[in-house]
Design a protein around this ligand. Structure first.
Ligand code: ADP
Length: 541
């Protein structure tokens, strides 16, 4: 080991007092071995050790410290005494093995290197400083020899890996959470499948109206659940990539809250829980994304119901406080332990699995809630008097000051029936036959003439032959993708008149830009929201 040889050669020089940490003057190298090196060698030695990006110290053959550099002082938190028995081998610091067991000074790596005349490299060790703080280091302890081969001391280079260890722990924890999450996800995705299979089977076997109605209800509920899980997953991806976006419009917060209540009402009713809603009479105008806010408050209400016993109570209040809207969702349910309150907004956190195994959920809802609130410039906090004492979630959102403008359109509370649309000839293109047919059937029920195609080339042909007024195009299509098909359709004689709607699983800005460039008029993300689609049809002249 060249470095050790070099130090061994240089050691022993009589060194003049040198600058210590701060402005004090400290003698860091004692007159260990008077072997007569030149002052020049000594300076080179000091420069070398000063530049070393690690803590380094040396001791003589008795283990008394003869040298240490600045990094060593930083690491230990104080300077050890040179050539002093109380700081023998490595100072009077407490040392521990990685498993936490204490290491006596006489058995530390420096002592072993001297006693056994052998090298110990890359040995992990924990040092506890006088103030109780700990750091993890890799020790490289090596004996030093004179020209005759006799041990004259040892050198120890300590590399601080505390940050790396901390990062490792965080990664290990993240990996554990990820595995738990995947297990939970598999469970969440599989759960709705069995009742859906049974319901479909039942529909095939019976004509009984009541049984059919029941089966349809089951399908709707379970499909709703699956859709929520998939939506959560997509949102999770958006949160982790920081690409969650808002589609802001002027809204009245109260209509969003009504919408959230309506979404959760079936769940509250099935658990016979009483919901008290107390909203201010004044309008509460926000420039906000109504869909995200309805999702946020829907999540809080959903949780309030989920973590509350049957026949429990849930309260929703909204009031104005200065220039903020304060929305509170409170319940008298299982509550949250004080130590868990700060963590519940973290991703994948599900408090005390034993209590909550009975409840479904991926532990994403509250992280998403926090992100959505932050994007709106607000805050969210949770509180609970403890387990069994109920919980409260308080959301602050900044109100829009200007009050004269009329409220913009909102979908909140708008029913499908409210949107009357003139019948159109619509071509639906999707390589998944079920998706295409089901959308076509639904639109046909509203009086539209519908046609389907399953690849890009067929879509272009169908558009030429049928001259539809509206084409709903999937993007990932065989033979010719949706962008190319859109361009081809636009090139047709009547291509500029047709309304082109991209219907895809991708909803990032970049995806929207691409579809605009390809000539699409609108970009909708699957699953299609019929009210939004009907609105587009109505707005098109
Ligand atoms: P989940 O899908 O598990 O409900 P969330 O992110 O919505 O995920 O919530 C995270 C955790 O916070 C839940 O698993 C639960 O432990 C706790 N929690 C959320 N809301 C409540 C509540 N109203 N009462 C008690 N605990 C709650």
């Amino acid at each position: 080991m060249r470095f050790v040889t070099l130090i061994a050669t240089l050691l022993g020089a009589v060194v003049a007092p040198r600058r210590g940490v701060g402005s004090r003057t400290t003698q860091r190298i004692g007159p260990a071995w008077q072997v007569g090196f030149s002052r020049q060698s000594d300076l080179e030695f000091r420069r070398l050790l000063d530049k070393l990006p690690a803590a380094a110290y040396t001791c003589d053959a008795d283990g008394l410290i003869t040298y240490f550099n600045d990094h060593a002082v930083e690491l230990w938190g104080r300077e050890p005494r040179l050539r002093h028995p109380s700081d023998r081998f490595c100072g009077s610091f407490l040392l521990f093995a990685p498993d936490g067991s204490p290491i006596p000074h006489a058995d530390c790596w420096m002592a072993l290197a001297l006693r056994e005349n052998r090298q110990y490299n890359g040995e992990e060790i924990i040092i506890e400083r006088k103030d109780g703080t700990r750091c993890t280091v890799l020790a490289h302890a090596n004996p030093l020899h004179d020209r005759a081969g006799r041990i004259i001391g040892a050198v120890n280079v300590l590399v601080d890996i505390t940050d790396r260890k901390r990062a490792e722990t965080v990664l290990r924890e993240a990996d554990r959470s990820k595995n738990e999450f995947l297990a939970m996800l598999a469970h969440e995705l599989r759960n709705p499948l069995a009742p859906m299979h049974s319901a479909l089977r039942l529909m095939r076997l019976t004509d009984d109206a009541a049984a059919l109605m029941h089966a349809r209800g089951t399908l709707e509920r379970q499909l709703g659940h699956l859709t929520r899980v998939v939506d959560d997953l997509l949102d999770l991806a958006r949160i982790t990539r920081n690409t969650l976006e808002l589609r802001r419009e002027r809204i009245d917060l109260r209509s969003v809250l009504h919408q959230a209540v309506e979404t959760c009402r079936p769940q509250l009713e099935s658990a016979s829980q009483a919901l008290s809603v107390n909203l201010t009479d004044e309008p509460m105008q926000l420039d906000a994304d109504p869909h995200r806010l309805a999702q946020l408050f829907g999540n809080l209400l959903n949780n309030a119901s989920k973590y509350t016993e049957a026949r429990g109570r849930v309260w929703l209040t909204a009031e104005r406080q200065g220039s903020d809207a304060i929305v509170t969702v409170r319940d008298n349910g299982i509550g949250i332990a004080p130590e868990a309150v700060a963590r519940i907004f973290d991703m994948f956190i599900r408090v005390d699995e034993s209590v909550q195994r009975a409840h479904d959920g991926l532990g994403i809802g509250l992280s998403l809630a926090r992100r959505v609130v932050e994007l709106h410039g607000g805050t969210i906090e949770a509180s609970s008097a403890g387990l069994g004492m109920g919980s409260e979630f308080r959301v602050h959102l900044p109100l829009t000051i200007e009050r004269s403008r009329t409220l913009g359109p909102t979908l909140a509370g708008e029913s499908d029936e409210a949107i009357a649309v003139r019948p159109r000839r619509i071509l639906i293109v999707d390589d998944n036959p079920d998706s295409a047919e089901s959308l076509a059937e639904l639109l046909a029920l509203s009086g539209h003439e519908t046609h389907v195609a399953h690849d890009g080339a067929a879509a272009v042909e169908a558009a030429r032959a049928l001259r539809p007024e509206v084409v709903v195009l999937d993007i990932g299509l065989p033979k010719m993708n949706g962008y190319e098909a859109a361009r081809e359709i636009r090139r047709q004689p009547h291509g500029s008149e047709v309304m082109l709607v991209a219907l895809t699983g991708w909803g990032q800005d970049e995806d929207r830009r691409k579809s605009r460039d390809a000539g699409f008029d609108h970009h909708l993300v699957k699953p299609i929201d019929y009210r939004v689609f009907a609105r587009l049809l109505r707005e098109a002249s």
